[in-house]
Design a protein around this ligand. Sequence first.
Ligand code: ADP
Length: 329
Amino acid sequence: MAQFQKDIRKIGIFTSGGDAPGMNAAIRAVVRIATSRNLETVGILSGYIGLIEGLFRPLQTRDMGNIIQRGGTILKTGRSADFLKADVRQQAVENLKRAGIDALVCIGGDGSFRGAHTLWTEHQVPVVGIPGTIDNDIFGTDRTIGFDTAVNTALGAIDKIRDTADSHDRVFIVEVMGRNSGFIASWVGLAGGAEEIFTPDANTTVDKAVDRIREAQKRGKKSSIIIAAEGQKPGRAYDLADAIRKKTGLDAKVCILGHQQRGGSPTANDRILASRMGAAAVDALLKGHCDVMVGTDRDQLTLVSLEQATSQEKKTPLDYIQLANWLAT
Ligand code: ADP
């Protein structure tokens, strides 16, 4: 694990990439724990954009009031293609030096961590990452901040859709977020009693899904919920619905849950995870650790190198999909 030697007095904190519910709870924990350890904190606005443009604002404990329950991020977030350029990163580092910021806490996903890793390897800026993404697709941590809330939001929607599916004897294909990761889909599918779950890495096929729907009908089951992970391109639920309609003649409807899964008040689980990770990130920096991400392993806090967290793939729990299939009888 990388170590740095200098004393730190001022920490910069930013949120980057896709927003996730619980990011505010993490910011609050970082600021309040840092202040209690006699460190100053500075908020960097809009992710790497704020680093490049010097959009800094001092944060005090009182600024953190009334945000633990709010989704999104009070620091705003953003994506910056410019940050991929070495000369632009150099400019960002000069801004940090000018503001007297000694170390950074980056809350984001794997893309954000790649940027953070570069800041350490190129410029020896000590950075600790906190995994904040609804996708739960970061290697080295059981959970990411925002995942639990997104799963529960999707589940609430599916419970409502189920009423209509049942009343009309319909097949519903519900598309959930998660990019290439099948975590949201597999959790929501198991918790929502789905008939079938499509994820980029599960070997579910339309033919298998059709067979299962037909078998279910023979058993007297008239409605089905199918969960599809969005994959690289949202909207693939429409292709699935077309295929099912053609093969079965059934009225297959589509519901794409979309961005509502990213918003809303964080669940207790996400607030607790964010609070613990925020505190651990400050303590890691005070111990001289950097170029690491705070993670959890069986509910214990851990530190994982950013290199490892960004280079290895976290696999979808296929056993959840298998169990959902067995239970949907
Ligand atoms: P997430 O953190 O949610 O995965 P992105 O993949 O969009 O989100 O990454 C967020 C930002 O991190 C990018 O817009 C870019 O500024 C920065 N970033 C991503 N990859 C790199 C990289 N290899 N080097 C430097 N910065 C990067």
